[in-house]
Design a protein. Structure first.
Length: 425
């Protein structure tokens, strides 16, 4: 069996609903013998490394229907204790035997430091030349290019902008680029966190350190670029865009766009610039199979469920309110494998608790229309008001007026009679 040769680069969402279709499509190319492995080194320094590996395994099992093996290279994490060579060789063997290699979140600088002096880069390059699928996302994607930006050291620690030598796996397929995932990140509500938390100014500083022939390949969050080396075609998948940034000039490609590998290998040339027009470089959009059409994010699902719930409560629609609660609970489960949600999961759980609390209150007081509940009493007071006003007992009429005002009841005298509305306080 001839294996496909594919490199897929994801900006984020590698274990989220957004990438289910892509993982399914890629693994189907290897059926019936899919040997998938997660290269767990990038997050090997984290205390929850086993949990992240377990979540990746569960995601592939339940969403992709593929058994994912853990490479087990996290034991290289302790820099003060010499790693067990038996463990390292076992992990490298797992990597060699796999035909589907997946790597995601963590620290690019840590991963590169641990892979240095090993055969990891050579094993991955061999798969792209002889057969296999390599899927690198988020932090792992940062390592693919000629240069790597030390994101956490810059953004979290405050170190100066710098660049490190990457795995340079892209150069083995003729692409001289530095990959920037999370290209459209918007977590910094009051500061610029685009371009993998660098922002515009620091991205430009990073670019100034690159070789003249090295460009920035930007991948939006929940977006991927699937490079098929057999067809020589790259396709944008997911929710966002892919950007080929040639210093001040950028070419942006949307989901479904296809572009020739030759463009990525030499986007600087005049010919490639001519090719990079939408009418030429994207003769047709890639076909989508419609499987598991993803939502944009857990935050979007949360906002939608909250809006549906509020409408249901206002309309005294108990079934609609419960449906919104169940919808949000399902979304939380669906997105539970996503390793890079920020505080979206916390906000979703807070919204779910609030919904349940409101349903509890509704169970006690009922979801009847408040107007229907108080209508007999309001009508009775309006009758009394009409009588006392006819008798010119305005002091009593004023008392009734004040009672209505305190309770948000607006009474209007019209030619057709007395009308009233209840304004919920």
């Amino acid at each position: 069996m001839t294996l496909p040769r594919i490199l897929a680069i994801m900006g984020s969402g590698e274990t989220a609903p957004t990438m289910v279709t892509t993982h399914r499509r890629l693994t189907s190319l290897l059926a019936p013998s899919v040997r998938a492995v997660v290269l767990d080194t990038p997050y090997g320094f984290q205390e929850n490394a086993p949990e992240l590996a377990r979540r990746a395994v569960e995601y592939f099992k339940t969403s992709i229907n593929v058994e994912l093996k853990v490479a087990g290279l996290v034991r290289m994490k302790d820099t003060h204790v010499k790693a067990d060579p038996v463990d390292i060789e076992r992990g490298l063997r797992n990597l060699t035997d796999a035909n589907y290699v997946f790597a995601g979140p963590g620290s690019p600088t840590y991963a590169l430091r641990q892979w240095s002096g090993t055969s990891v880069a050579g094993i991955l390059a061999e798969k792209l030349h002889t057969g296999g699928i390599v899927v690198f996302a988020s932090a792992a994607a940062l390592t693919l290019g000629k240069a790597t930006v030390p994101v956490y050291e810059i953004y979290k620690v405050g170190e100066n902008v710098a660049h490190l030598d990457g795995l340079d796996l892209l150069s083995t397929i003729g692409i001289n680029a530095a990959v920037i995932p999370h290209y459209d990140n918007a977590e910094g509500t009051n500061h610029d966190t685009r371009f993998c938390y660098l922002g515009q100014t620091r991205l430009e500083m990073f670019e100034s350190m690159l070789d003249d022939d090295t460009f920035v390949l930007g991948i939006d969050e929940h977006t991927g670029l699937v490079i098929d080396l057999d067809t020589q075609i790259a396709t944008v998948v997911g929710n966002g865009t892919v950007t080929v940034r040639l210093r001040a000039q950028s070419q942006v490609f949307a989901v479904g766009d296809t572009l020739p590998l030759s463009f990525l290998q030499n986007p600087w040339s005049e010919v490639a610039s001519i090719l990079a027009t939408p009418s030429t470089i994207n003769p047709q959009r890639a076909e989508h199979d419609g499987v598991d059409a993803p939502t944009l994010s857990l935050s979007a699902d949360t906002a939608s469920a909250v809006a549906d719930f509020e409408i249901a409560i206002r309309n005294a629609d108990a079934h609609g309110a419960v449906r919104a609660v169940l919808s949000l609970e399902a979304a939380i489960r669906l997105w539970s494998s996503d390793t890079l949600q920020g505080d979206s999961a916390d906000r979703a759980h807070a919204a779910l608790r609030s919904m349940i609390s409101q349903l509890g209150e509704a169970a006690t007081s009922g979801l009847k229309n408040p107007r229907d509940v108080i209508a007999p009493y309001v009508d009775a007071l309006i009758t009394v008001r009409t009588i006392v006003r006819a008798e010119k007992r305005f002091d009593l009429s004023d008392v009734i007026r004040d009672i209505f005002a305190e309770r948000g009841i607006e009474v209007r005298d019209t030619p057709e009679g007395v009308e009233w509305d209840l304004h919920v306080m």
